[in-house]
Write a protein that binds this ligand. Structure first.
Ligand code: UDP
Ligand code: MG
Length: 318
């Protein structure tokens, strides 16, 4: 019978090794949802956790069948986890939020209100990233600024805390096959009626952030190359810059020859060769990055694989 119950709102929570915080988070989120609508489902997508995360989901499902779970076959990353959730969600609207309560569930009623008033996408916008180490804060800020400049829309403060109308979620699942995904960027790019609601980022309640510096850098680079061909366009700029330098050096050589001096500088020559060489290597490297991204997309591998589900009939895999 449960599949016949209409779902109004699906909440999707990606979780990787969130054992320390998940039980409490689910209680809080489900508590808020009960106040919003009786017809909700709360889908935890276990992104390859190596702890008891999924056991907590099973327990929660036993207590309230509206809490459901999808366990991926390994860690595919948060973006893939969000997709996995959207594939199985049955609600008329979908809300995505983190498992660590850094996205305050208390904002959900306001999001739903906006949606009921006709908004297709409601963005949770970070007022300020208050916590985390100095470096993390700096990196997050730098990333957002750089990205909004390059991608051509304002990304400062944007987060993955969003409400999407079912139509938007379906479009994301069906029409955006790209592998390198970026939840916050894609939904902004789509247009339709969008509303932003500010929220304060709370401190992680427990557990540790799974992000490492290398993840962050990779994320930044992947996003940059997914949304922009600026690095490719920089290659000819570098080339022009080098051309200008070589013209100056060439003129200098001719002048000193005319003035009767020997052509100056073995050091200059050496530096020029090294400089040229490194610019070529950088240029090739950038092209290589785009090539490998194209290769990744061409393979058309599934974004994720599902191991098991709790309270959900379909696995969401094609
Ligand atoms: N997460 C995930 N897969 C990952 C990394 C993170 O599903 O590979 C989830 C994580 O469990 C949490 C959310 O994504 O619910 C945000 O992660 P985290 O709190 O570690 O990131 P931060 O808040 O530091 O940006
Ligand atoms: Mg967090």
């Amino acid at each position: 019978m449960p599949s016949e119950v209409k779902v109004e709102i699906s909440v999707i929570v990606p979780a990787r090794s969130e054992e320390a915080v998940l039980r409490h988070s689910l209680e809080v989120i489900a508590g808020v949802m009960r106040g919003v609508t009786e017809h909700f489902e709360l889908i935890v997508v276990d992104d390859g956790s190596d702890d008891g995360t999924f056991a907590i989901v099973r327990e929660a499902h036993a207590a309230d069948s509206r809490i459901k779970g999808v366990r991926l076959s390994r860690g595919f990353g948060k973006e893939a986890a969000l997709m996995a959730g959207m594939r199985v969600a049955r609600g008329l609207a979908v809300i995505t939020l983190d498992a660590d309560l850094q996205h305050p569930p208390q904002l959900i009623p306001k999001m739903v209100e906006q949606w009921r008033d006709g908004a297709m996408i409601v963005h949770g916008v970070k007022e300020e990233r208050l916590f985390g180490g100095t470096f993390h804060r700096f990196a997050a800020q730098f990333f957002n600024r750089m990205f909004s400049k390059i991608a051509g829309f304002d990304m400062v403060g944007s987060s993955d805390f969003k409400l999407l109308d079912a139509k938007i979620a379906r479009l994301l699942v069906e029409r955006f096959p790209e592998h390198s995904r970026f939840h916050r960027g894609l939904s902004t790019w789509m247009g339709y009626r969008q509303v932003s609601l500010p929220f304060k980022v709370a401190q992680r309640k427990a557990g540790v952030s799974q992000w490492r510096l290398t993840d962050l850098l990779r994320y930044a680079w992947n996003t940059l190359t997914a949304y922009s061909s600026l690095p490719l366009k920089l290659i000819p700029v570098m080339g022009l810059f080098m051309l200008a330098i070589s013209v100056v050096l060439g003129l200098e050589a001719i002048m000193s020859r005319l003035a009767g001096n020997a052509v100056s500088g073995f050091a200059t020559l050496e530096m020029t060769i090294l400089f040229t060489g490194s610019m070529i290597m950088i240029g090739l490297g950038i092209i290589g990055q785009y090539l490998s991204r194209m290769y990744d997309e061409l393979k058309r591998r599934p974004l994720f694989l599902v191991d098991e589900t709790v309270g959900i009939e379909t696995s969401g895999e094609e």
